[in-house]
Design a protein around this ligand. Structure first.
Ligand code: ATP
Ligand code: MG
Length: 398
């Protein structure tokens, strides 16, 4: 409740400045459903300029849409001026944002009734679209005329599916019908916006529910790479995927897309995501080859890909040592953490073979030493490595 108290202090300050303000959207919904609260959004009658003048620490993140971030006691609150949205000519951004003075008008522009509830500082609920009822019935229901609302902003359709995944709710029938009818409009939406919602869908507790909606409404056909041939039972992961790299690897292995690059291009993802996806892909290939998490795999697996790797292993329904704990354990037992820890250098190697010309053999030789040490066939000890190297030379290594 602490976060709410702080939000109420922000609201109080706005009221002292002569404005009106409410907690809105996800925070109210999550409070009413007894869920963990993410961020708290505040809607106000004050203009962004007036909000800036009322607080010391304000970050102007989206002034044209009426949004600023207020920092209060170390917490960030998104404070947005009451507004309506009109136009949506290009299906991307509202043509025109009009600031209004009534919270009810602001609630009317919101996507679903459960997200269109406001709460004041005394914890009174303002719920003109009966969002509480929808929450009780576990229904996702568009505010107003569903067809119109989806035409206005087709992104709302995939948002409906991602809330179904997060909350486990069903679609209210007329909302579902409109979704099935308007699904093709999603192709007008920038893929970057879809990507955010799709990842949240996969990450939800009830992701099967979200995927089912994508398939039932044909929304799946509007998603890059996944659009053809998606079958619920065959292609549904067995746990929720949390990041893009594991999502890409999971679906690549199910036959969607030609390569990591194909996914990254089609979904306009970052280079960082591409690099981590390629790494994960290599690591899962190694796992498949060896049938278990070997020391060599644990050694190569990047720390920031550990969680993703273990989820993908479980999602694909494989090996027991794929669990996070088992991989961590394997990592903790490693004699070295990186090549820097190796007590044998390329100079040492060259000195052992003064007659040999420099060439790729040096790198290859070092890699073999590294692998031998990691696998425990040689200790990370200068003399022992030296002996071992001299030995493999005897066997005609070139
Ligand atoms: P979460 O907790 O998952 O973030 P949320 O409800 O806070 O859920 P956001 O995407 O953060 O979802 O949006 C905040 C609020 O803004 C929503 O509750 C909704 O009222 C409104 N909103 C967001 N996107 C849209 C949209 N495309 N159309 C209409 N209203 C929207
Ligand atoms: Mg939110």
């Amino acid at each position: 409740m602490n976060l709410f108290e702080e939000a109420f202090e922000v609201i109080e300050r706005i009221e002292e400045a002569g404005g009106e303000a409410y907690i809105v959207g996800g925070a109210v919904r999550d409070l009413l459903t007894g869920r963990a609260i993410g961020d708290i959004d505040i809607a106000t009658s004050l203009t962004p300029g007036d909000v800036q003048n009322t607080f010391e620490k304000v970050i102007p993140v989206g002034i044209e849409h009426g949004t600023v971030i207020v920092r209060h006691k170390g917490t960030s609150f998104e404070v947005t001026t009451f507004r309506t949205e009109e136009g949506y000519e290009d299906f991307r951004h509202p043509d025109e944002v009009t600031f209004v003075s009534d919270i009810k008008e602001d609630l009317a522009r919101r996507d679903f009734t459960m997200n269109a509830i406001a709460m004041d500082r005394q914890q009174n609920i303002i719920d003109p679209f009966r969002g509480k009822e929808a929450i009780e019935q576990k229904l996702i229901q568009a505010v107003g005329e569903p067809d119109e609302r989806f035409r206005e902003d087709p992104l709302r359709m995939i948002r409906a599916a991602r809330f179904a995944s997060k909350l486990g709710y069903s679609l209210e029938p007329s909302t579902q019908e409109a979704l099935a009818k308007q699904a093709p409009l999603l192709r007008h939406i920038a893929v970057e916006r879809i990507s955010v919602e799709f990842l949240k869908l996969l990450a939800g507790d009830q992701f099967q529910n979200g995927l089912e909606i994508l398939v039932e409404t044909n929304l799946i056909h509007e998603l890059p790479v996944l659009r053809e041939g998606f079958m619920l039972d065959q292609h549904t992961p067995s746990l929720s995927l949390q990041t893009w790299p594991e999502t890409i690897v999971f679906f690549l292995k199910k036959g969607f897309g030609d390569s990591v690059q194909d996914w990254v291009k089609s979904w306009k993802l970052s280079n960082q995501i591409r690099r981590n996806s390629e790494h994960l892909y290599e690591m899962t290939a190694l796992l498949e080859r060896d049938g278990k998490v070997t020391p060599w795999l644990a050694y190569q697996l990047k720390d920031d890909c550990l969680d993703a790797f273990s989820r993908i292993v479980i999602a694909s329904g494989k090996v027991e040592q794929g669990t996070l704990e088992a991989i961590r354990n394997e990592k903790s037992l490693l004699p070295i953490r990186s090549r820097k820890d190796l007590v044998f250098s390329s100079t040492d190697l060259i000195n052992l073979f003064p007659d040999r010309q420099k060439g790729p053999w040096i790198g290859e030789g070092l890699l073999e030493i590294e692998r031998a040490v990691v696998q425990g066939s040689v200790d990370n000890d200068h003399d022992q490595i030296k002996k071992w190297v001299q030995q493999w030379n005897l066997h005609g290594k070139d």
